[in-house]
Design a binder for this molecule. Structure first.
Ligand SMILES: Cc1ncc(COP(=O)(O)O)c(C=O)c1O
Length: 381
């Protein structure tokens, strides 16, 4: 018997990996399951992105190992994207590192900055990967609670009362997944001041900036933020390119160089054609966002109707690719979604997979066609 490493005992199989087995079994048994669980965009990327990867295959150099830092023109396109959308200036040579999806950046950053025993502030509710990667690298996750009363923003008074002496890194994710809460400039400024005061590296995970959000922002737009903040961004949701695996980490050149040290020891560059496609995506005009969001807007209207039919409440101010809805009093998230799955063959994500603060909530994905959403409303009405 080959023993696994101790670190594997610290994490469990990803919830979706387990639950989708159950859902797929139902589908295999002929049940017409509508999947409103996972946030994998079903819409197509811009056509010129697809054309670019096809064209790239004619280049004989396309199949070689690529630079660890990506093509210079990809980094330039990322710099232009940050400048035009967030008014943030970045040096394409030192302050941008393309990633194979932003999820891998969570591991790279953790490997670059965390020692065993270091503490990491993690949002509850939040993207589960922050917690699992923290455990995998032997650091200690310290959850900070977010709640509806504070619009899912960090409670700085509560944080200041904690012993922060061992905290090395803080994950923030605004616009926030799963709740869709949008950051104010004040929150970003307070985070930067907090990071400087306590010598904490703040990483804002920003993949939802452009989905149903009128004012995309970057934490790096705050004066002095580069000294203490990194930001992750991604083409997965912004350009419907989740399967392509393209993201980026941006920030101060020295911080980025530490992440590059890890990454260059783990992979050997991103496929040439994917980089060429990514450049085309990043060069899209604002028309792209308008078209994308008009589809999500229609879907969201239907999801709101569905949530109302299920007696849930929700904020119409939220952004992002999900609707975060509060269940009627005393309902438990996992029991509730199991009941909806069994009775109506609709799969919805229970809020508890994002942490204990998600109890009593469920998350609907907007990655489903209007036909499926209409059908879901009919089933529950
Ligand atoms: C909050 C958050 N961060 C990061 C990711 C990972 O995105 P990517 O496809 O860029 O790896 C996701 C994907 O669902 C997410 O919800």
């Amino acid at each position: 018997m080959i023993e696994v490493a101790n670190r594997l005992h610290t994490v469990e199989e990803y919830y979706f990996s387990k639950k989708l087995r159950e859902v797929n079994l139902m589908i295999a048994n002929g049940k017409p399951v509508i999947n409103l669980g996972i946030g994998s965009p079903d819409l197509q990327p811009p056509q010129k992105v697809v054309d670019a990867i096809v064209d790239s295959l004619k280049n004989p150099a396309a199949h070689k190992y690529q630079s660890y830092q990506g093509l210079p023109e990809l980094r330039q396109a990322m710099a232009n994207f940050y400048k035009s959308n967030f008014k943030v200036s970045l040096s394409p040579n030192t302050e941008i590192l393309p990633l194979i999806g932003s999820k891998e950046g969570i591991m790279h950053i953790s490997m670059a900055f965390l020692n065993e025993g270091d503490e990491v502030l993690i949002p509850n509710p939040g993207y589960p990967t922050y917690q699992s990667v923290t455990k995998l690298v032997g650091a200690k996750g310290v959850l900070y609670n977010l709640d509806a009363a504070n619009n899912w923003m960090p409670d700085f008074e509560a944080l200041e009362q904690q012993d922060l002496s061992k905290v090395k890194l803080m994950w923030v994710n605004y616009p926030h997944m799963p709740t869709g809460a949008k950051p104010s400039k004040y929150v970003f400024e307070t985070l930067v001041a907090f990071a400087k005061k306590h010598n904490i590296l703040i990483v804002n995970d920003n993949p939802y900036a452009f989905i149903l959000n009128q004012e995309p922002t970057s934490i790096l737009s705050v004066e002095g933020a580069k000294e203490v903040c990194l930001e992750l961004n991604s083409l997965s949701k912004t350009f419907n390119m989740a399967g392509w695996r393209v993201g980026m980490v941006v920030g101060d050149g020295e911080l980025i160089s530490h992440v590059l040290k890890v990454k260059s020891n783990m992979d050997s560059g991103m496929f040439y054609g994917i980089q060429k496609g990514a450049i085309e995506a990043l060069n899209c005009s604002n028309m792209w966002f308008a078209t994308l969001n008009s589809v999500y807007q229609k879907r969201r209207e239907l999801v709101w109707q569905l949530a109302e039919a299920l007696n849930c409440t929700f904020s119409k101010e939220a952004s992002g690719m999900f609707v975060w809805a509060k269940l009627p009093a005393y309902m438990k998230s996992e029991e509730y979604i199991d009941m909806i799955l069994k009775e109506h063959y609709i799969f919805i994500t229970p809020g508890t997979i994002f942490g204990s603060q998600g109890e009593g909530y469920i998350r609907f994905s907007l990655c489903a066609s209007t036909e499926d959403l209409q059908e879901a409303i009919t089933r529950v009405s």
